[in-house]
Design a protein around this ligand. Structure first.
Ligand code: HAM
Length: 428
């Protein structure tokens, strides 16, 4: 066992896996462009109050999972690592006066998040999200657009059989009635509620609906359903979201117990799952509408909706399907030489080709030419550029390792020659 290891629940992404993440990031960026989002960054840390106010003090994420930084004496504020991006983005929207920009403002953030969760497969203390937010559009059409964009991500990433569970959790007009109904119901079952849930029964009874305690989960099955208590405006909004989803042929299912674990949501809430994996509390992604959050940070009332998709879980799903890791691309060419000691010439020629944008390796070990060519084949290089006496009059040998052929090429022509060969190789 090595003395030093990555902290529990955090992972080193080794190159093959990092490449799989990079592929997903490239896909997220491509979708962001297609759907009209602009990428931004928010700090990995925020004032703790941003999360306490934004996400809610009685949520698991804030109460149990926040990575709080040890306060420094003399500092008036405390910080925590971001457990998600939405609160920080809403804070930034207000701070930078984005309400004066043309609305809606569509923002995308890619990066690591931190939650002090109990680590297990698919649940880490540092994990990666693609987060997308539309701020300034009350919906309902945009709700369906956001939900559909998430599904397209899974489709194009190659994760089979993803469906979305959707619900409406009401707004300030009708939620109080629902919360009363929940308090009354769970109040009758106080005896079976653990300490934490008893406390939350008073402060935020919605949280009981996504409790991880198995006894509470059993009670949830008989709890009052929000769809029976939605006000007219929320019911109409939700009906229209569903009509738009139908029109887009989005595979969704209405799930009346879906409430999400963060306090800022109202109306539309949704989560993505592999079909058949809904019970495992391992959503691939989730999101919803948060029409009150901007105001909470001091902005004027501004409707908003967004999602975050967990990239770690997508990579896991792809690994299960045998398509997770992405091995290194072989170099187009390896520069080798007849004179083992002449690393200067090999490096110089490689540098020249790299400057032309070609992926080329220089053999810098001082072994015999035969051994240099062996490593070139081992690394699946398509070509070997062989430097010999011809270099004196500006020529090198270009050996096609796949075809087994070799010819003399002028150094001045080499980059163009290789680029052409690479192109015809890739296109068959
Ligand atoms: P969330 O449901 O807390 O929502 O997280 C979104 C996704 O992040 C989850 O579905 C999951 O894939 C991934 N995730 C969460 N925790 C972990 C973990 N410990 N390990 C691995 N993956 C994890 C949010 O974060 C909201 N900010 C989404 C949102 C954006 N709502 C509106 N806008």
């Amino acid at each position: 066992m090595p003395t030093y290891r990555a902290p529990r629940g955090t992972r080193d992404l080794l190159p093959d896996v990092r490449a799989a993440f990079a592929r997903l990031e490239a896909l997220a960026r491509s979708l962001a462009v297609r759907y009209g989002y602009r990428e931004m960054e928010v700090s990995l840390l925020e004032q703790t109050a941003v999360f306490e106010r934004g996400i809610g003090e009685a949520t698991d994420v804030v109460e149990k999972e926040l990575f709080r930084l040890a306060p420094r004496s003399g500092e008036g504020e405390t910080w925590a690592l971001r457990p998600e991006a939405t609160a920080g983005i809403a804070r930034a929207y207000v701070q930078h006066g984005m309400q004066t920009w043309p609305q809606p403002v569509k923002l995308s953030v890619l990066g690591p998040m931190f939650r002090y969760d109990r680590p297990q497969a698919g649940r880490y203390r540092q994990f990666w999200q693609w987060d997308a937010e539309v701020i300034g559009d009350p919906g309902p059409a945009v709700d369906a657009e956001v939900i559909e964009m998430g599904l397209r991500f899974y489709l194009e990433a190659g994760v089979p059989d993803v469906q979305v569970l959707v619900n409406s959790i009401g707004d300030a007009a009708c939620r109080p009635r629902y919360l009363d109904a929940l308090r009354a119901y769970f109040g009758r079952h106080r005896a079976s509620l653990p300490e934490l849930e008893l406390r939350r029964l008073e402060t935020s009874p919605l949280r009981l609906l996504d409790s991880r305690d198995p006894d509470v989960a059993a009670l949830v099955a008989g709890a009052p359903r929000i769809d029976e208590l939605l006000c007219e405006a929320c019911a109409a909004h939700f009906a229209s979201v569903r009509a738009h989803l139908d029109a887009l042929v989005v595979p969704y299912r209405v799930e009346p117990t879906l409430v999400r674990g963060l306090d800022y949501y109202g109306r539309t809430a949704f989560e993505y799952y592999r079909r058949g994996a809904e019970g495992q509390q391992q959503a691939l992604g989730g999101g919803g509408r948060y029409d009150g959050l901007i105001e909470l940070f001091g902005g004027r009332p501004t409707p908003a909706i967004g999602f975050a998709l967990g990239l770690d879980r997508v990579v896991l799903a792809l690994e299960e399907a045998g398509a997770g890791a992405a091995p290194q691309e072989p170099p187009l060419a390896i520069v080798v030489g007849a004179d083992p000691a002449d690393t200067v010439s090999r490096l110089r020629v490689a540098s020249l080709l790299r400057a032309e944008g070609l992926p080329v390796r220089a053999e810098l070990a001082t072994r015999k030419l035969g051994r240099q060519l062996e490593t070139a084949s081992r690394d699946h290089a398509h070509f070997a550029v062989i430097i010999g006496d011809e270099l004196a009059d500006g020529h090198v040998q270009l050996k096609d390792l796949e075809a087994g052929t070799q010819r003399l090429v002028a150094l001045a022509e080499l980059a163009r020659d290789l680029a052409r060969a690479a192109k015809s190789h890739h296109h068959g």
